[in-house]
Design a protein around this ligand. Sequence first.
Ligand SMILES: [Fe+2]
Length: 278
Amino acid sequence: MTYAQINVSPITPGVGAEVSGVELGSLRSGQAEELSAALVDRKALVFRDQNITTAQFAAFMQTFGETVKEDLNPEEGNPPEVGTIHIRPKERQRINFWHMDHSFRELPSPVLALHAQMLPPCGGDTLFASLEAAYDGLSDEMKSRIEGLHTLHKVTQTQNSKRRHTKEEIAAMANAPTVRHPLVGLNPDNGRKFLFVNIPIYCRSIAEMRNDEGDALLASLYRHVQRPEFHFRLCWRPNTLIVWENVHCLHYPVADYYPHERKLWRVVVKATERPVLA
Ligand SMILES: [Fe+2]
């Protein structure tokens, strides 16, 4: 893919790109369209040295759709679309596994973004895996075995849910409805299939299989996504910003920086479509 208004350097053949020649606080004509196309192509775009305000961050994200009011600890003075992921000194980050956000919703968030504010001296990296690359990397036998299957997803309690919900709301999670999604999705933006799996705490079972059989298959697919050829590792620097396709990726925030502090701003794009069966 070629671009006239931005520079796009792939990070690995399968996923990710560093994008330069762009100031996210003041996009030039034609850049928004090229960034949207680059996101579909690379799944995750990394921008360095973006010293922008939270209002500029929220405005920039409208490039990728309507932004939603954040439920993740909005801070006073920030626009309601900008949430905070803040691990304080001597607090342990408990989310330390490959996952997709919100797969337990009928409409999982399609695009997410993070902007680095406070970083540990080293560590605290985030890894991103392409579920399109992971699907392409399956054997033909496995592709035909999983065709047409559905998975059942359900919300669970995490370190973040304890921060943003009351005790009563957390108790109500046990009664939350189970959501059914295709195991192999079709991305309408590029016609590619993606392996729509998530960590078993969210992706609970395969609708068409007995639990033991479905659990073993889901575990092997979840392991498959974690192969290094499907992911890249983002080493944050101050003012690094990443935008990624949440539904077509898993991410892994590495909790290796205790007892240091880490703070990121987050913006979420509103979902308008259900994942469709390939
Ligand atoms: Fe996450």
